[in-house]
Ligand binder design. Structure first.
Ligand code: CDP
Ligand code: MG
Length: 650
């Protein structure tokens, strides 16, 4: 095997590692950090080590374990293994275990001392996921208790000072990467359609550049699938004599088997193009890449006050992301990078992306701390402390969800919520649904809510026509609101016999077919796939002692619908409003005036009280996705919430 750059610092690393509790290692992607460092450590102590290596993404954990098992000529799952949610390929004697950061956090919460490991390697620390950040805080405390534990923090970007300062001035070791020159191209003017531009650039490279694979970055699954489809169509009509082009998608929601395809070499006179999310930016190395196409955007999780939940938004990348992407083209030979934006746009990019903890709701991390028994969450060891306002609002939210009690202690429900891979408010909805025996229909709606752009806005010319097609579903909801309408759509869609029927129907009612087909396998947490199966098995595993029989089939439709809305009410208490004269409403939490959005099925009706899952402000404040609620439900579900509000806290 070729000598990797990491070998240059092996001796130095071994010295620092033996001398210190914490070592920070910075090295460019592809320099051998993830695959080699665990092997060095293992060899150092004559194989007596037990090493955990964390990855933010499950596909990276699986792939690295396979690679290292190969390199060490051992059977995967023996000395080298991996653990990701629902898949354990490791045994009690595994010496190098790759696992997602979420799995290590779980182990930490279950067995607080991590006694099963002698060394922890936090990899991809530059990604600054909330979970990696939390792990650093927990490990800092743990290191005081476990004197023989060693920690290595590995990062692909050079700003490692923050990590070093956090661990009381831990030593930083730099690995110089191997880099070939990469020629960079910008657009002369911006393009509208990035998918189309990607496809055209790919075809142009394929037709005019020497062999070498192409790696293209697009924001999300939808764009990637579209680009792969377009390329597959165009490949058919390539002139004779042009080598074959094989287009492969790569994103987190893809089944693992399909993800691994991108690593296979293509035989013969063929070129591979991989169209990926930022998953291929630093955590996976695909060899053979000589050309990079950078679409300039990625999806990031952002807390949306309007929705009351985190959602994935497409945003411009940072300069640091752009540099990483470009670097993928110059690992094995000189390469080329095509940036699908202008040079001026490039200079307008932020230098770094913000860490997740600054962008997202902190209810989940706060709940995790509570589960770990931390009482003073403000004063905790934060690598980056969220604002006091963000922490207070998370505490209030958790209290309203009954995850915390009056004293701020975690409740039994709170403990269950802490282990579900969903934002706490949706976990509350789902747990309540599970207890009522109606998890299935509620899961359908939760999936719809977590998908972007499911219901599309028709052009004004078409509005009447589309409304007419939607009307039967609205009528069938019996005035019970938009959540029920959503469910009616899903049920109808599911009953249609073929995918062409489904496509046809989606077009009529202006529902995104792509989005709808994802409702079944929606991925809320980007690093996980198939949230549905996941949640189903979680509910089974975590709530074995609560009711799980499916009652939804026995209930009459209106009783069922009422119960569904009551489930949502447990999670969306903060999004409720009481009627005012003139078809307006006043929010219970903030006392603001709000109107029902014209797109709602209950627009123009006069309800006593409403619950909504979306809040938007255009010319005035609007509630979207509205369901009428009974005041009596509110009193029953949320006496703790109402009494605080009426006691004048606001
Ligand atoms: O972690 P880092 O980005 O520093 O590098 P690594 O993942 O340890 O990969 C080191 C080298 O191993 C890369 O340059 C790849 O050439 C190779 N590798 C590979 O070919 N296939 C894999 N599945 C993993 C690594
Ligand atoms: Mg790595």
């Amino acid at each position: 095997m070729q000598r990797l750059p990491i070998s240059e610092v092996r001796t130095d690393l071994e010295k620092k590692f033996s001398r210190n509790h914490v070592t920070i290692l910075v090295g460019e992607t592809g320099s051998g950090k993830s695959t080699q460092v665990p092997q060095f450590i293992l060899a150092l102590n004559n194989g007596k080590e037990k090493i955990a290596v964390t990855q933010p993404r499950r596909v990276a954990a699986i792939n690295l374990a396979k690679r290292v098992a190969d390199e060490t000529k051992t059977t995967l799952g023996q000395d080298v293994g991996y653990t990701v949610r629902f898949q354990n390929m490791s045994s009690a004697k595994t010496k190098i275990k790759y696992l997602t950061d979420g799995m290590l956090l779980r182990e930490l919460l279950l067995r607080t001392n991590l006694d099963q490991y002698t060394t922890i390697i936090l990899d991809e620390a530059h990604e600054r996921t909330i979970i990696t950040d939390l792990l650093m805080g927990f490990l800092k405390t743990l290191l005081q208790r476990r004197k023989n534990l060693r920690l290595i923090v590995m990062s692909a970007t050079i700003d490692a000072d923050k990590f070093s300062r956090f661990f009381d001035g831990a030593e930083v070791l730099y690995v110089q990467g191997r880099r070939f020159p990469v020629q960079r191209y910008y657009l002369s003017k911006p393009v509208e359609d990035i998918v189309d531009a990607t496809v055209r650039t790919a075809i142009q490279i394929h037709a005019s550049e020497p062999m070498g694979d192409i790696l293209a970055f697009l924001a999300g699954q939808e764009d990637i699938d579209k680009a792969v489809d377009m390329l597959n169509d165009m490949i058919q009509s390539l002139p004779k004599g042009v080598p074959d082009l094989i287009a492969l998608p790569l994103y987190a929601a893809l089944p693992p088997q399909q993800q691994l395809k991108v690593f296979e070499k293509v035989a013969g006179n063929k070129r591979k193009i991989i169209i990926a999310t930022n998953i291929a930016e630093t955590s996976l190395t695909i060899s053979g890449v000589r050309y990079v196409i950078d679409g300039g955007t990625h999806k990031v999780k952002v807390w949306r006050h309007d929705l009351g939940l985190d959602s994935l938004l497409t945003m411009p990348i940072s300069k640091s992301n752009a540099a990483q992407r470009m670097g993928r083209a110059g690992r094995e030979a000189a390469g080329k990078c095509y940036r699908l934006y202008t040079e001026t746009d490039y200079y307008g990019l932020k230098s770094q992306s913000e860490p997740e903890i600054e962008r997202c709701d902190v209810a989940f991390p706060i709940l995790t701390l509570k589960l770990a028994g931390v009482s003073d969450v403000l004063g905790w060891n934060w690598l980056e402390r969220p604002s006091k306002a963000a922490i207070m609002s998370a505490l209030m939210q958790l209290y309203a969800l009954k995850a915390l009690d009056d004293e701020g202690q975690i409740t039994e429900v709170g403990k269950k919520m802490a282990v579900l891979p969903l934002p706490p408010n949706l976990s509350a909805v789902l747990l309540d649904a599970h207890q009522k025996g109606i998890a299935d229909p509620v899961l359908d709606i939760v999936s719809c809510l977590s998908i972007e752009n499911l219901i599309m806005n028709p052009h004004p010319d078409k509005r009447d026509e589309v409304y007419e097609k939607r009307l039967p579903f609205i009528t069938a909801s019996g005035g019970m609101g938009d959540l029920v309408v959503l469910r009616n759509y899903v049920q109808h869609y599911r009953r249609l016999p073929s995918s062409s029927d489904r496509k046809e129907w989606c077009k009529e009612v202006y529902i995104s077919y792509r989005a709808m087909s994802n409702v079944e396998k929606v991925s809320i947490n980007q690093s996980e796939q198939d949230i549905r199966n996941q949640l189903e098995s979680y509910l089974k595993a975590e709530s074995a002692n609560i009711h799980s029989e499916d009652k939804s089939v026995q209930l009459g439709p209106s009783v069922l619908n009422e119960q569904i809305i009551q489930c949502f009410l447990t999670g969306f208490l903060a999004n409720t409003a009481l009627s005012l004269p003139g078809k307006m409403y006043r929010t219970i939490a903030g006392g603001q005036t709000i109107n029902i959005h014209p797109s709602s099925s209950v627009f123009g009706k006069n309800e006593d009280a409403i619950m909504y899952t979306e809040y938007i402000f255009t010319t005035k404040a609007y509630a979207r996705n509205v369901s009428p609620i009974d005041l009596e439900w509110l009193q029953r579900i949320a006496p703790h919430f109402l009494s605080r509000r009426t006691a004048g806290h606001d």
